[in-house]
Ligand binder design. Sequence first.
Ligand SMILES: O=C(O)CCC(=O)C(=O)O
Ligand SMILES: [Fe+2]
Length: 404
Amino acid sequence: MALDGPAERRDEAQAAMGNGNGVAPPPLRPAGRPSGAPACADRRLRLNPNMEHKPQDYSDVRGEYAPAVYSALERHLPPSVLDANREIKLQLMREVLGHYWPHGERNKVQRHREYRQRILNHYKSAAGSWYKRAQLVGQEPLHKELYKMRPSSFFLPTFLEAIRTNTEESFRSIMTEPVPGVYSFAMLQPNFCEMLLQEVENFEKWVHTMKFKIMRPNTMNKYGAVLDDFGLEVMLNQFMEQFIAPMSTVLYPEVGGGTLDTHHAFVVEYGKDRDVELGFHVDDSEVTLNVCLGKQFSGGELYFRGIRCENHVNSETQHEEMFDYSHVPGRAVLHRGRHRHGARPTSSGLRINLLLWCRREMKKYQKDFSGWCGECKREKKERQIHAVKATKLAFLRGAGGATI
Ligand SMILES: O=C(O)CCC(=O)C(=O)O
Ligand SMILES: [Fe+2]
């Protein structure tokens, strides 16, 4: 019953901002000495972290790794470097982490970083310190209020109340769960959706005027934009940490829903002169939030086909795993990245959705998938049934033998 062809893995188009799923990092290697670092005999990382050491704050460090990675790695630095200044430690850690990437990947990340910086230098976010510097050449964001988290103007009161209460019961009270692991709930204020749509349009017009080549959100879309690229990254990180993580902590603990630390945020655009549909795929995320922003459209339903690990990504769909969802503006769908899905053709109008791929950069490579992969679970059940049958048979044979 696998009706949809092989499920593609949906990646970011231009740059993987961290280790891709399932790629085990090479072991830590000693790094070369950063210029200006104190000369010391032993420059090797400590195998065991120094838990008494309080790492510095790296929350302002943007780019290839999440700030949490630097804080964790600092505890592994050689004792002689621990008290060096922050820049020296940061430089050393960047060199260490540099060994983790294949060369091509590093170039891609570098190119993406330059691309984002070029945009940020011109398209001025209300929150940036480069705001004044760029005033003459750039374009104002249309809605500066979007660049700072303002919960009461972004979210519906029902949603905010559930998050404030912060219990599984309060989350479930505003949600439906039509198939296991897919949740739907009313989330965003209509005015926020409208403002975000206008901001994206403003950004795209500006890109067009500047004749910039825009990087699309990922490998499967020709339209849409990465929100993190034009100044919304900080706000969207708070969006994830304060408003998605509380839910994913209780709903998806087995895929690291409690330790999300990076995100990739973008909008996708479907309709005439845009993308039409989206093929069968899994996301490059632990947890995905998908919210329809508008406008008016027909079609574009999401279809779900069960959760699968890497080994079973193309295995058959069971009947009870099939589910179709019709988008409603302001309403969110929350699912695991590994929940196979696609989007049917948007047959008229224009549909724009906000996607937040939430990830765990500090991923522990999970070997036991049997807890969440639908096919692993089915195989395990089959093995158990088989074992029970074999035991019964052996018992009956034994009993039969005794009566003869
Ligand atoms: O169009 C949609 O709603 C689905 C989008 C999606 O699954 C994705 O961007 O990964
Ligand atoms: Fe997706």
